[in-house]
Ligand binder design. Structure first.
Ligand code: ADP
Ligand code: MG
Length: 347
């Protein structure tokens, strides 16, 4: 196999895990990041510290790689597009344009005949008043949200404070009485082959993922529908790489798409140990043009996200051969920051 060099934009834990997967495949990695301390530099073959609009640094980055991917979706579209003119960016930038914008994302999903939460596009207080039927609801910034950032709960119109300024565009979503949250991780390859992992059950705390497990405790019907929807989404986007569809299941067993992540996903971390081929390896294989290899499940599993200072205690523990502790090696411990995770294999 000729040597392949993969460019990765972003240097957090997802970037680190992508670099590790690439290493296994003898694929070289070059990471570019605006975080000088980004942990992925500990695993990449080369690291470029730069602002994403630094044209010279981007040029240097492009010159070193054959194909470019990214670990987070909030990279400005214009930057991805300009890179794509010289080196292929996968998943393609047009997909990112849809998914980084909640309005376009939900419209895309609804147009496929797939249900989301009920929602409305909001530009002003007047728009909220017009959509009072969506309360209690959650107001989310239309772009740039993650881990619950940019979200505001509105139980009634009284919650819109007089001094509220609508400085950005928002989406107002009806609050779902959740029975469960699940996600489906799916990888799509160069010849349109697809591998769909089984649905993963997720528990969030303060809007941050805390715990994931397989098998998800869901009906066979929901299992199938969640996978079929994810496949349709990946196909319609002409997606290349690994994608994750986050779902809500309401009290009446309705399956609703919450959001799509056009990348490897935190809930899929358990695939590293529970499958012979992880979401990361499948992503690297797909964007580098390798074909799908037979994916096999090794065991059921649970994954716990380790946030903030919790990491200190996990660093001191010892682990057996069914427990896999990942320390992301982030220099600064911050409240609620994802510092590591633990996967435990089950029978
Ligand atoms: P982020 O982009 O920050 O991941 P999400 O829209 O996925 O934002 O919201 C994070 C979490 O907040 C969800 O996984 C869920 O637990 C909760 N949440 C978000 N929207 C709703 C909703 N409409 N109804 C009920 N819970 C919600
Ligand atoms: Mg989410």
């Amino acid at each position: 196999m000729p040597e392949i060099s993969l460019g990765i934009i972003g240097s957090g834990q997802l970037g680190s895990l992508l670099c590790q997967a690439a290493k296994k495949l003898n694929i070289k990695t070059v990471v570019i990041s605006d975080d000088e301390q980004g942990p992925a530099q500990n695993y990449s073959d080369q690291f470029i510290f730069a602002k994403y609009d630094d044209k010279d640094k981007i040029k240097e980055f492009i010159s070193k790689v054959h194909v470019v991917t990214y670990e987070f979706e909030n990279i400005p579209f214009e930057i991805l597009k300009s890179i794509d003119k010289v080196r292929k960016v996968l998943p393609k930038p047009d997909i990112n344009k849809i998914i980084q914008n909640r309005k376009l994302e939900k419209t895309f999903v609804n147009d496929l005949g797939i249900r989301t939460t009920e929602w409305a596009f909001i530009k002003s207080v007047e728009d909220v008043k017009k959509n009072e039927k969506l309360l209690p609801g959650i107001l989310k910034t239309n772009t740039l949200g993650y881990d619950g950032h940019g979200q505001f709960v509105l139980n009634s119109l009284d919650d819109i404070k007089k001094d509220w300024c609508f400085t950005a565009d928002y989406i107002l979503e009806k609050k779902v009485n959740l029975k469960k949250e699940i996600s489906v991780v799916i990888s799509r390859f160069v010849n349109n082959e697809i591998y769909t992992y089984e649905p993963i059950e997720n528990i969030h705390k303060d809007q941050i993922l805390k715990y994931s497990k397989i098998p998800a405790d869901i009906t066979g019907e929901i299992f199938k529908k969640a996978q079929v929807n994810a496949k349709l989404i990946a196909e319609k986007l002409d997606f290349r790489g690994t994608l994750c569809v986050e779902y809500f299941i309401d009290q009446n067993n309705n399956l609703l798409v919450n959001e799509i992540a056009p990348r490897v996903h935190n809930s899929g971390h358990l695939t590293i140990n529970a499958f012979n081929i992880s979401q990361f390896e499948n992503h690297v294989r797909a964007v580098c043009g390798l074909s799908l290899k037979k994916v096999q499940k090794i065991a059921n599993a649970e994954m716990i996200n380790i946030l903030g200072e919790e990491i200190e205690e996990y660093r001191k523990k010892s682990y057996n051969d069914r427990e896999f502790f990942f320390d992301y090696g982030k220099k600064a411990i911050k409240d609620k920051r994802k510092m590591g995770h633990l996967t435990v294999l089950k029978n």
